[in-house]
Design a binder for this molecule. Sequence first.
Ligand code: GLU
Length: 485
Amino acid sequence: MTVRVRIAPSPTGNLHIGTARTAVFNWLYARRHGGTFILRIEDTDQERSRPEYTENILSGLQWLGLQWDEGPIQQSDRLDRYRDAVQTLLDRGLAYRCYCTADELEVMRTAQKASNQAPRYDNRHRNLTPEAEEKLIAQGRKPVIRFKIDDDRTITWNDQIRGAMTWQGRDLGGDMVIARTPEGDEAFGQPLYNLAVVVDDLDMEITHVIRGEDHIANTAKQILLYEALGGTVPHFAHTPLILNTEGRKLSKRDGVTSIDDFRQMGFTAEAIANYMCLLGWTPPDATQEIFTLEEAAAQFELERVNKAGAKFDWHKLDWLNSQYLHQMPVAALTDLLIPHWQNAGYDFDPVGDRPWLEELTTLVAPSLTRLPDGVGEARLLFGSALTFDEKATAHLQQAEVKGIVEGAIAALKENEVADLEGVKAIVDQITKTAAVKKGLVMKTMRAALTGELQGPDLMQAWLLLHRKGQAVNRLEQTLALLATF
Ligand code: GLU
């Protein structure tokens, strides 16, 4: 059997973290078994589906590295297939037209509620006589198509994650609507989710349906449809929900839901993909936490996916992200940081200053957890006009400061300072000639070059400023400040 799996998002919103995690598991499963990963866009809900959401889903999956092998297949292109399937079910006597109005269904539900019964359709139009049907049509009623569900039927499947699952037909809410008749259309033009999914999964020869546990109740209904349409029932695997730190389903209230949100917060695709593998799956070596999708695929088994909800742990994600940022090749990290520096309004030429930007990246990389951290870390290195904070101003009022700053300016003008050794030599020289402690020279230079007493490694920052032609300029601004004391 060749494994064929799919991710089937509805384009009614941006790529959701839960959908992306399900996509990861499908992708891993396909790669593990040399199978095919299919992308299907479930856009039958015309009112809520939007092309921009489809775009967002496609680009989000690609960003994560989840390239699909077939698709995207749009359900809206396949309406004829669903109509054929509905017709087949009608012809086989397995489905029928139900003419109940919304009001009638409401009255029925209210009565059920009043007698403490679970809400369900009571199958009242299952066996209409042709005459009764004529009458209802004559009243101008539009039918929906309902699929018969036998109350006494027991439906079972062996869920690859959750084990043996059993449902009773009577718990499925009565005969289910599989298609509606849109206004102005004589045919049952609008298929409903459960029907479209089964027709698609059959046509696409899906062998394993791996999806969120919120679809478990649909699975029982879908198995009945597979049987009715004469198809082979695929294997099912229902993945655990993603929970927030309080143990509730991760939602908009947690501040992030879509993959775009994470991207904008400065997480890398690799870290997100890696973290999503860990959201519910445990590698055979449970201590292994950092791996690529390919590495995870080589060992992925559905049996090692947990049944219990997967708690979203921001600290873990931050830690993973920092690991990726710290080990990323400098050119790639520079590419990621440049847009953040541009957004911050820093003045630089992304092409002309490239070698300098890469050095700056090397300087800030070890301090990064998320990409926007690079903005704060690099802030003191951009621009020419210096502002001095309170602490730096206080420090610069010491008597020895002037000599140190003048000595540094002279040394920078006289010497070819090409590397860190050159900067260190200047510090040593000033320490000697000014006969002060090295610590004082360092602190003074930090204040004089950056206007603050805290920041990235001083020697490297100094060298970078010097390379940009800013070291002497800034030291002269400091001298101008000293003159005002
Ligand atoms: N379209 C469904 C969703 O976005 C998924 C259907 C399925 O995987 O069977 O939740």
